[in-house]
Ligand binder design. Sequence first.
Ligand SMILES: NC(=O)c1ccc[n+]([C@@H]2O[C@H](COP(=O)([O-])OP(=O)(O)OC[C@H]3O[C@@H](n4cnc5c(N)ncnc54)[C@H](O)[C@@H]3O)[C@@H](O)[C@H]2O)c1
Length: 258
Amino acid sequence: MPDFSDCVALVTGGGAGIGRATAAELAARGASVSILDIDPSGAPEGVRGIVADLRDSDSVNRAVRSVAESAGRLDVLVNNAGVSHVGGIEDGDLDEWHALLDINLLGYVRATRAALPYLRRSPHAAIVNVASCSAASGIPRRALYSASKGAIASMTLSLAADLISEGIRVNAVNPGTVDTPFMDDLAARTDDPTAARAAFHARQPTGHMVDPSEVAAAIAYLAHPSNRSAVGSVLTIDGGLERLRTTPAATPVEEPSR
Ligand SMILES: NC(=O)c1ccc[n+]([C@@H]2O[C@H](COP(=O)([O-])OP(=O)(O)OC[C@H]3O[C@@H](n4cnc5c(N)ncnc54)[C@H](O)[C@@H]3O)[C@@H](O)[C@H]2O)c1
C-alpha cells in the first residue's frame, strides 16, 4: 500500500535538483504531487507542473489555490526553491541582497501563507523547509546565502511552535553539497569546473556528494503522516560536512570567481 496515498503535496522548485527528487519520491509513494517552478518542464512523470514565480505573490497564490482546489485538499508543502550567492558582506549592492532574499526567504513566506488556509483543513498537515548546512556552519564568502538559510532554519522553529496547536507539523532539512544543477552552476563559475566538481566530492567526509534522492527521502520522512512527533526538527543531510572534521582542510574547493 503506497504510504502517501491520501496526501496531496506541493513542492516549490520541483523542476530540478532536490525539489524534483522530492516530487518523484512522494509521487512514487502514492501522493498526488504538483510542483511550482519558473520552469516546470523537468517535472517527474505523473507530477503536475505549474509555472509560477516565488517572487510574485499573485502567481504563488494562484498556483497554490489551483492545486488545493482541484484536489480538494492540500496536506504537504515542501518549500524548496532557492538560489545561490557567492560573496562577503561588502560584495554586491543592496539590490542584490533584496533580490536573493525575495526568493530564498520571502518565497517561502509567500508559499506558506498561501498554503496555510488549506493545510489547516488537513488531518495530517506538514511543511518541510529546505534550508542548508550553511545555516549552521561558517562557510567563507557566503554571507548573503547563509543569512537567507539561517533565516529559514530559525523561522522553521518559530512556525513549528505557532502551528503545532493546529496540528500542522513544521520541520526543515539542512542539505549540503548535493549533486544538482545548483552545484553545477557553482562549478561552472570557476576556471576549472571539472576540478571544482572533483573537489566538491573530495571535501565530503563520505568522499562523495549527496544524491538528491537522499535529501528527498529525508523530506518524505519528515512529511509522513505517521510521523506525528517530528516537530521543529532540522535534519542535516550533508555527508558529515557541517559537523565532522575528517577531511584535511587541505582539500580546497576553488571558489567561483563570479
Ligand atoms: N545543491 C546543494 O548542494 C544545496 C545545499 C544546501 C541547500 N540547498 C538548497 O536546496 C534547495 C534546492 O536546491 P537545488 O540544488 O535543488 O537547486 P537547483 O538550482 O538544482 O533547482 C532549483 C529549482 O528552483 C527553481 N526556481 C528558482 N527560482 C525560482 C523562483 N523564483 N520561483 C520558482 N521556482 C524557482 C528552478 O527553476 C529549479 O527548478 C535550494 O533552496 C538550495 O538553496 C541546495
